[in-house]
Design a protein around this ligand. Structure first.
Ligand SMILES: [Zn+2]
Length: 440
C-alpha cells in the first residue's frame, strides 16, 4: 500500500484555507467576482501571501503582479537540484465558479506545506499568475505571457477595460513593471520543470469515470471574424429569385464550419461559430450584412492549417454561388502546445502508486501552462468537475476529486523534491518513506 493517506493530506486545514480564499469576492448568488487586478483579486493575493508567510515560506510579487511563494529545500542553490515550479491563477470570470484556478493554487500551496512530513531537498516555488481570464481586458493569461515574452508593456497599453483602464495601468497601479521580469524569466528557464493542476472544465473525465487527466497537448485557437455582405432589400417587395441574402449565406458558412469539425473530429479538431450578428437586422428586411466569429482548435498545427484552408475554399465557393462578398480576417492564430513527456511520466508514476485512474488527454481550453512550456519542461493535470460545467457559479467538484488531485500533487512533489529523480536507489528509499507514512 503506497497511497498517500487522507491523514497525511491534513484535509481539515486544506478546507479551511480554501474556503477562506473562496469567500473573497463572492456575490449574493454564490458566484465569484474576482476580476483580474480588482480589489477582490488583490485581497485574495494578500490573504494567500499572509498564509504563506505564516507557513514560513518566502513571498514576493514580480513586475507583472504575479505572486511567488517559495519553500526552500536543503539543496537550494545547488545547480544539480534546480527548483520545481507550480502554478495557476486566482482571478475569475464575472459570476464564475469557486474552483477554476483557485483549486490549482490551493492544491499546490497545500502540497508544499505537507512537505513538512519529508526531508525536502529541492526548492519549490508556486507562481500565482495574474489575469488568466480574458474577461476584464479581452486578453487572457497576461501574467504568464509577460514572463514568456509573448506580450510587452507597450502591447498591454492597448488592452483596456470597460472603464478605460489599461492592463498596463492596472499593473503599474500595483507598483509593478511589466517590462522588468528578467530575473524571474531566468529562474523559470533554469528550473527543473513546471506543473499546473486545474479542473477539467469539460465532461470527459466524468463521462469516463476517471480520477485524473494528464494533459499532453493544449489546443490553441485559430479565430476569424467573417464579414458577409449581400444586398439589403424589402422582405415583401424583393422576389426570391432576386435576393442577395447575407444571412442565408452565413448559415451555409456555419454549417460548413460544423461539417469540417465533424470530418476532422478523429484528429482532435473542434470548430465553432459562437457569434453571429445581423447588422441592422429587422423582420422585414432581407439581411444585407452579417458578421460571424469562428473558433477552430486542434493539437496538430498541420491539421489545423488543413481545416482552415478547406474552410477558405468553402467560403470562396459560397461567395460565388450566392453572389456575396465574404471577407475573413484572422483574429488570432496560436500554435498548439505539446507538453513535456518526462514531466508527465512523474504524474503517471504517482497515479499508479496512488491507485488513481488516469487518461492522457488534450486541453481544449488555454492555460498559463502553455506559456510556461516556452520556458521550461511543463506538465498539467486535470481533476473532473461535475458535468463539465465551468465559468459559471454552478461549477462543482467533489471532495474526492479534490483529495485525489491533492494526493497526486503531494506524491509528485515528494518524488521530485525529496530525492534525486535520476537515482534508482533514492527512488526505492522514497517508496519506503511513503509506505511507512501511509501506515502511521
Ligand atoms: Zn482557469
Amino acid at each position: 500500500m503506497r497511497r498517500v493517506s487522507l491523514q497525511q493530506l491534513n484535509w481539515e486545514q486544506y478546507l479551511a484555507d480554501f474556503n477562506a480564499l473562496a469567500s473573497i469576492g463572492q456575490n449574493e448568488a454564490g458566484g465569484m467576482e474576482r476580476l483580474a487586478f480588482s480589489e477582490a483579486d488583490q485581497q485574495a493575493h494578500k490573504l494567500l501571501a499572509q498564509m504563506a508567510e505564516n507557513a514560513g515560506f518566502e513571498v514576493k510579487w514580480d513586475g507583472a503582479g504575479n505572486l511567488w511563494i517559495t519553500r526552500r529545500g536543503t539543496d537550494d542553490g545547488n545547480p544539480d537540484f534546480p527548483p520545481l515550479l507550480l502554478g495557476s491563477h486566482m482571478d475569475t470570470v464575472p459570476d464564475g465558479g469557486k474552483y477554476d484556478g483557485l483549486l490549482g493554487v490551493m492544491t499546490a500551496f497545500h502540497a508544499m506545506r505537507l512537505l513538512d512530513q519529508v526531508p525536502q531537498r529541492r526548492t519549490v516555488t508556486l507562481i500565482v499568475f495574474r489575469c488568466e481570464e480574458s474577461s476584464r481586458f479581452n486578453c487572457a493569461t497576461i501574467g504568464s505571457k509577460l514572463l514568456a515574452e509573448q506580450l510587452t508593456g507597450q502591447m498591454l497599453k492597448s488592452y483596456v477595460d470597460k472603464e478605460g483602464i489599461s492592463a498596463y495601468d492596472a499593473i503599474r497601479e500595483l507598483g509593478g513593471n511589466p517590462d522588468n521580469l528578467y530575473l524571474e524569466r531566468k529562474y523559470i528557464k533554469d528550473s527543473f520543470g513546471f506543473i499546473e493542476m486545474h479542473i477539467e472544465q469539460g465532461p470527459v473525465l466524468g463521462e469516463r469515470n476517471t480520477d485524473i487527466g494528464i494533459v499532453n497537448h493544449i489546443a490553441a485557437p485559430h479565430r476569424f471574424h467573417i464579414i458577409v455582405k449581400g444586398t439589403a432589400a424589402h422582405s415583401g417587395a424583393c422576389p426570391m429569385g432576386s435576393r442577395n441574402d447575407a444571412l442565408t449565406g452565413a448559415a451555409e458558412i456555419i454549417l460548413a464550419v460544423e461539417r469540417l469539425g465533424r470530418e476532422y473530429a478523429d484528429q482532435r479538431i473542434v470548430a465553432t461559430v459562437g457569434k453571429c450578428d445581423v447588422i441592422n437586422g429587422a423582420m422585414n428586411i432581407v439581411p444585407g450584412h452579417v458578421e460571424l466569429y469562428v473558433d477552430i482548435r486542434g493539437i496538430d498545427q498541420e491539421i489545423v492549417t488543413e481545416v482552415v484552408t478547406k474552410l477558405h475554399m468553402e467560403l470562396a465557393e459560397i461567395a460565388s454561388k450566392r453572389n456575396l462578398s465574404i471577407e475573413p480576417t484572422i483574429l488570432s492564430q496560436e500554435r498548439p502546445v505539446k507538453l513535456d513527456d518526462d514531466m508527465a511520466e512523474f504524474l503517471v508514476e504517482q497515479c499508479l502508486k496512488n491507485m488513481l485512474t488516469f487518461l492522457h488527454m488534450v486541453s481544449g481550453a488555454g492555460h498559463d501552462t502553455m506559456y510556461m512550456a516556452k520556458l521550461t519542461r511543463a506538465a498539467m493535470f486535470f481533476v473532473p468537475c461535475e458535468k463539465g460545467i465551468s465559468h459559471n457559479r454552478a461549477e462543482a467538484v467533489t471532495d474526492e476529486a479534490v483529495q485525489n488531485g491533492l494526493r497526486l500533487m503531494y506524491a509528485t512533489l515528494v518524488r521530485i523534491c525529496t530525492l534525486d529523480p535520476e537515482d534508482e536507489r533514492e527512488k526505492a528509499e522514497m517508496d519506503r518513506l511513503l509506505i511507512e507514512e501511509a501506515y502511521q
